[in-house]
Design a protein around this ligand. Structure first.
Ligand code: FAD
Length: 270
């Protein structure tokens, strides 16, 4: 069996326990993330798990890559504890404020710099932005095929994969060849818990930190300035609706409800 070089893209996202502390910058319309602890976007942990399983079955290396601020090293330490071999952090003020296109361009450039790769795994969508665009865009920049909604991967031979991609009411079975990018769903596997050995391993490992110059990107294509889309306006939804809890026995509640709906003109008069 041919050992594989697998790269997993992992996005640092604000820990949902602290979402009440998040706010928007009124000028740049971007999230203010300072001081908010980060976690690996959940589906990216499934992507790491799948990469580790493939490596355990076939041999090779698993490298994670992330683009984010300095505190992203926290999530990379977690990836090391799970068992990945290497981690790369693209971190530079010049990358900040990127839209999905500029994010994918930076990630693809980083993946090329890592070296030869056979398989690139991503989450199908992130916890916060959730556009699901970065996977297909990374594939475009790398000029390789891409499959989304992946819930199962089987190797047919060293270079050929059968990939099950979830669609409404069923799935598609897709045959593809390496190199390929796959965006995975939570159904692809059950996550492992880091072992004590993994935690010790993580303390000895350090992520490589690459700036825009290190990666050699075209600086007009990264960050806020290099993003072809921008957010002109962001607003909070103010709910106009009012909730009311009806009390009493079920039959009384049903009567009250019918009366209220009639009064509001939702139901016709009896
Ligand atoms: C004008 C504009 C400005 C923005 N400014 C900011 C900003 O200042 N700060 C900010 O945090 N966001 C900003 N965003 C949001 C930013 O576009 C997204 O964070 C990013 O591009 C990823 O999009 P997404 O979350 O929808 O990813 P999806 O496409 O939903 O993610 C799919 C998968 O791609 C991979 N992936 C996505 N992002 C990364 C990453 N950074 N590193 C590694 N893997 C990744 C992961 O595997 C993820 O599961 C901005 C967006 C716009 C349009």
């Amino acid at each position: 069996m041919k050992p594989l070089n697998i790269v997993v893209c992992i996005k640092p996202v604000p820990n949902s326990r602290y979402w009440d502390r998040l706010s928007l910058d009124p000028v740049t319309k971007t999230l203010r993330r300072e001081g908010i602890p980060v976690i690996i976007s959940p589906l990216d942990t499934n992507a790491i798990e799948e990469a580790l399983r493939i490596k355990e079955a076939r041999g090779g290396r698993v490298t994670v890559i992330s683009m984010g601020p300095e505190n992203t090293v926290e999530v990379l330490a977690w990836a090391f504890a799970l068992g990945v071999d290497d981690a790369v952090l693209l971190t530079d003020r010049a990358f900040a404020g990127a839209d999905t296109w500029a994010t994918a361009y930076a990630l693809a450039s980083g993946i090329r710099k890592i070296g030869e790769f056979d398989l690139v795994l991503l989450g199908n969508e992130s916890l916060d932005g959730s556009t699901g665009q970065v996977g297909p865009q990374v594939a475009e920049f790398l000029d390789i095929p891409h499959v989304t909604n992946v819930e199962k991967v089987d190797f047919v031979d060293d270079d050929t994969l059968h990939v099950r991609s979830k669609i409404e009411f069923g799935y598609m079975l897709i045959e593809t060849r390496l190199p390929v990018t796959l965006a995975v769903t939570k159904d692809i596997n059950e996550l492992r818990i880091p072992s004590v050995f993994g935690a010790l391993w993580a303390t000895e490992k350090e992520a490589k930190k690459w700036s825009a110059d290190d990666v050699g990107v075209d600086k007009t294509r990264i960050g806020l300035e290099g993003s072809p889309t921008y957010v002109p306006e962001v607003s909070n939804i103010e709910l106009q609706r009012r909730g009311e809890v009806l009390q009493g026995e079920p039959i009384q509640i049903a009567r009250q409800l019918v009366e209220k709906l009639r009064a509001d003109g939702v139901l016709p008069e009896a």
